[in-house]
Ligand binder design. Structure first.
Ligand SMILES: O=C(CO)[C@@H](O)[C@H](O)COP(=O)(O)O
Ligand SMILES: [Co+2]
Length: 225
């Protein structure tokens, strides 16, 4: 995790019957994005901690767990036990966000808070200094293959300003509708970790899709530097 940008393919869009092969095909990425959906916080159901353990062992890349669950206070520990390297829980669902952040960090993982598209970045004001990463959702969570919500760009710029005011520089991850076509403007707006599900697994050549997203993001970083 040393580059200026990190690419995180979301296995939500992978072929589950060929998952170990799919993981191999995305080995040039930096992280594996692991979407946990509970059928309650979001209207879809996906994977649990046992699956995360298996993915972490098969891939070798750090697993970036995105917990779209109603009860992160109760279940986060299970995903840490299973080997998650980054854990994002939703601000909208957590009862004790600060306690959860401390738990994640005490266990040696990176702590991140995810925000739904309608949740303003200002809610992070009291906790921003403690975060390793902020996950800005650029679609409403629950499904892959949705269209990027354009107002996310404004939100990212606002988050950048807030980080500057606080003198902190957490990773900023964007999730939903990211592809080689829009990653440059998302990067220019302040993001540096890019989740891509359908753009990677919907492509016949997964490695080429990752390389295209990375190249466009890196070019945008050098332009803004
Ligand atoms: O968390 C989610 C969806 O809720 C994502 O991680 C999706 O898996 C992203 O998929 P694409 O929009 O890139 O297809
Ligand atoms: Co996600």
């Amino acid at each position: 995790m040393s580059d200026s940008v990190l690419i995180a393919p979301s296995i939500l869009s992978a072929d589950y019957l060929r998952l170990s092969d799919e993981l191999e095909q995305v080995s040039s990425a930096d992280l594996i994005h692991f979407d946990v959906m509970d059928g309650h916080f979001v209207p879809n159901l996906t994977f649990g901690p046992d699956m995360l353990r298996a993915v972490a062992a098969a891939s070798g890349l750090p697993v970036d767990a995105h917990l779209m669950v109603s009860n992160p206070d109760e279940v986060t520990e299970k995903y840490l036990d299973a080997g998650a390297s980054i854990v994002s829980f939703h601000y909208e669902a957590a009862l004790h966000a600060h306690r959860l952040v401390q738990l994640i960090k005490d266990r040696g993982a990176k702590a991140s808070i995810a925000l739904n598209p309608a949740t303003p970045v200002s809610v992070l004001e009291p906790i921003l200094d403690d975060l390793d990463m902020v996950l800005v959702m650029s679609v409403n969570p629950g499904f892959g293959g949705q269209t990027f919500i354009e107002s996310t760009l404004r939100k990212l710029r606002r988050l950048r300003r807030m980080c500057d005011e606080h003198g902190v520089s957490p990773l900023v991850e964007v999730d939903g509708g990211i592809s080689a076509r829009n990653v440059a403007e998302v990067t220019a707006s302040g993001a540096n970790v890019f989740v891509a599900g359908s753009a990677v697994f919907g492509s016949a050549d997964r490695a080429a899709a990752i390389a295209d997203i990375r190249a466009n993001a890196v070019a945008a970083v050098s332009k803004t530097a």
